[in-house]
Design a protein around this ligand. Sequence first.
Ligand SMILES: [Fe+2]
Length: 231
Amino acid sequence: MQVNSTLSVKTFDVGPMLNMIYLIWDKKTKEAALVDPAWDLSQVLDFIKKNNINIKKILLTHSHHDHVNSVDKLLNLYDVPIYINKIEASFWGKKYDNLTGLDSEENIYLGKSKLTSIHTPGHTPGSCCYSFDNNLIAGDTLFVFGCGRCDLHGGNPEQMFESLKNLKNNLHKNTIIMPGHNYSISRQSTLEEEISGNPFFNFNNLKEFVKYRMHDHDKTREEPYAPIKSC
Ligand SMILES: [Fe+2]
């Protein structure tokens, strides 16, 4: 991540699907959020205790099982609010007293440090990323040299095309991309590396993008994803 941030991040590898979950905390107050609590949280809980970190929030990138299956476990230990995009909250349909639906571009604070939610539909209707100080927690929207599937319930490749375009046009090129799964030859990358090496950034034409995402990609590429040579 970027060294000049007032926030720190630690990545944890969890579960059988190569999920990466992120603990983000304000360096001054140690107020923290856990992004996508799922699978075995024992390493996360040990780290929190050892470092006197104060869990204040749960942030969700989307509602798929492999990103949320330890939310209840964490809530039993820490009674904290859950943040998720508004559209995703209705898509998920799960009821919590302390669930906050986020608009796109809504800010969330840990101490005085700010994170911003960005609605990036495509993988699910209310998928969102969280940005702070030129870092992007990308969920299953953007992987290193890949992007989330759009053929599952609620997926929409047209929306994914727009979401990726918005990230490309609105984020600084040195933004560090921190994806929700470790599917690539590297765990993170920069937006600049993605624009040159991620095949999903290689399309200007919506129809061609949709065909590639829905049909061609899975037949022609294998994990771990490596950068493509752009023409
Ligand atoms: Fe997902």
